[in-house]
Design a protein around this ligand. Sequence first.
Ligand code: HEC
Ligand code: HEC
Ligand code: HEC
Ligand code: HEC
Ligand code: HEC
Ligand code: HEC
Length: 408
Amino acid sequence: MKKSLFVALAMTVSLGAPVVAGTPADCMSCHDSTDAEYPLLGARLGNEVSGHATLGNSRYANATGCQRCHTNEGYVEYVKMGFDNIKYDLWANSKNADGTNAKDASGKSVPVPYISYPSQPGCFTCHDPHRRGDFTLRTQTVDPKTAAVSNQQITLYDKTVFDGGSGNLCASCHQARGNIQTSTAALKGMISPRGTSHHGPEADMLVGANGYEFAGMKYFSSPHYSFVDNTCIGCHMVQPAARYGFSPEIGGHAFTVVGDVHEVELGNVANCIDCHKDIKTVAAKKYINTTITALKNTVYFTIKAKKDYDGNGKVEFVQQEVQGLLDRLVNVGGTGVMQKMANPMFKPDGSFITSKTAYTEAQLGAYANLMYVIEDKSLGVHNTVYTIELLMDSIKAIDPAYDTANRP
Ligand code: HEC
Ligand code: HEC
Ligand code: HEC
Ligand code: HEC
Ligand code: HEC
Ligand code: HEC
């Protein structure tokens, strides 16, 4: 062990890599098998079962802008560009600021950057321990005089600034890939199955922005963005207490709030309980409303909604109400308003219809919100009020007779 570290050290020094002071003792603050200061092995155990390591999309999503979120190497380039989405996208697509194709000095088109050996987000994506000598985040800077840590703010595609402490790291990747309002307008009536939110618009949702907001309506937010310390990290990285704390699938470097313990899904309430007394989780099956999203076994958190939002006559848990609203748009029984409308967007079985019909912008906005809420994957926990407002307004945009008296 020591011998190979010395070899690596010699390599590090000869390559001229800066900062880690370069004595074996410094290396040992992390690599010592007896007195290490940092829990490297435990962090690795969690990370190995995390979506970052297991879902596998870094293998192909490594060009035309995908690589900044899906690969370690792309993210490092994005960091070097100061976390500037627009600048990165132009570079990644070989475009000039005016949208024309970039050319080199000899007039040849600049090829789209592509990573030959991409790797999934890992330790060195979020941290830079060999340069910094510690586990500060790529989004953090430390004032050399006062040692105060500051977090890089992230400007989302609709220009909303996300400033949620160390959660800014997560927000730098878990954000919608465009401005939903303007890109819905740009569709000029034609539906695009994918939508703009892409797969992880959690930062936008938490802060309460970038949904398709209907003309004349007012939108509000639940307080998680401002109340939870370090936002994403405050809920997703807290480790559960006691027995099922031994599962690396929950909290910490698995980055999950819900995970598998002895083949049963459990929700981690260690994070919620400070603010929500008596909160528990109960088993659930979610996202079965449409074949555009996969069925998932998971849990509901036991927070009762303030009203019967989905109109089924019962006041249920918040996540059940949100599921009920999604079902009102589209479901596998064929009764959703997006299935019953003239020129339906979905077939009775819940599968998407590739339609040549021109829709109104409001109808397309409703579709964009459906995708946005599904892809957020929290069923309203991130931002209950904003989620419910967007969904109720979306149902009304498709079915003007829909009663929105319980809208928050
Ligand atoms: C602040 C903590 C920290 C310090 C200090 C540190 N390392 Fe590391 N090192 C890491 C982490 C984290 C990994 C990745 C571990 C993993 O993949 O589980 C790593 C991995 C390595 C590896 C494996 C190769 C690789 O890139 O994954 C080598 C070799 C290594 N370190 C050498 C050194 C040497 C030599 C020093 C001293 C000059 C040093 N490290 C100091 C945190 C540190
Ligand atoms: C702004 C960051 C970002 C960019 C850019 C990005 N992605 Fe993603 N992508 C994510 C995140 C975050 C997730 C995981 C979301 C989740 O599971 O909640 C994801 C998930 C996915 C998934 C898995 C979907 C699923 O439901 O299993 C695929 C496939 C994917 N991305 C493909 C791509 C491709 C292809 C591109 C480029 C054309 C791309 N992504 C660009 C952030 C990004
Ligand atoms: C997706 C981003 C991400 C990845 C990947 C990641 N980390 Fe972290 N890590 C974090 C964040 C965020 C924190 C701060 C957590 C907190 O404040 O509670 C952290 C904290 C740590 C700490 C400090 C824990 C403590 O209590 O002092 C260690 C050690 C660590 N990470 C090691 C690793 C190792 C080793 C890997 C790779 C196996 C890794 N990390 C991969 C985001 C990441
Ligand atoms: C470098 C960009 C990046 C950063 C930083 C990042 N993620 Fe991710 N995350 C992704 C991508 C990309 C995926 C999807 C991976 C795939 O499909 O292969 C993902 C997947 C996930 C998943 C699994 C989702 C699922 O559908 O199962 C969770 C949970 C998650 N991330 C939480 C976090 C949290 C919490 C943070 C902050 C500590 C964070 N991520 C930081 C890019 C990132
Ligand atoms: C108030 C606590 C809380 C905060 C703050 C929070 N989340 Fe979540 N998040 C949840 C809960 C609860 C779920 C639902 C988990 C489930 O049912 O699998 C969730 C789901 C997710 C998922 C889907 C995970 C999966 O396995 O399907 C991702 C990805 C995610 N959150 C990322 C983030 C990011 C990024 C942030 C910050 C921008 C964030 N979350 C902030 C509580 C929170
Ligand atoms: C730092 C405190 C804090 C933490 C931690 C926290 N919450 Fe909250 N949460 C609040 C506050 C404050 C509200 C607003 C209460 C209200 O409007 O009734 C709220 C609202 C909610 C709501 C919406 C209630 C409604 O009817 O509008 C849900 C659902 C929720 N939280 C779930 C969770 C879950 C699940 C977790 C843990 C994963 C969590 N919260 C962690 C403070 C917190």
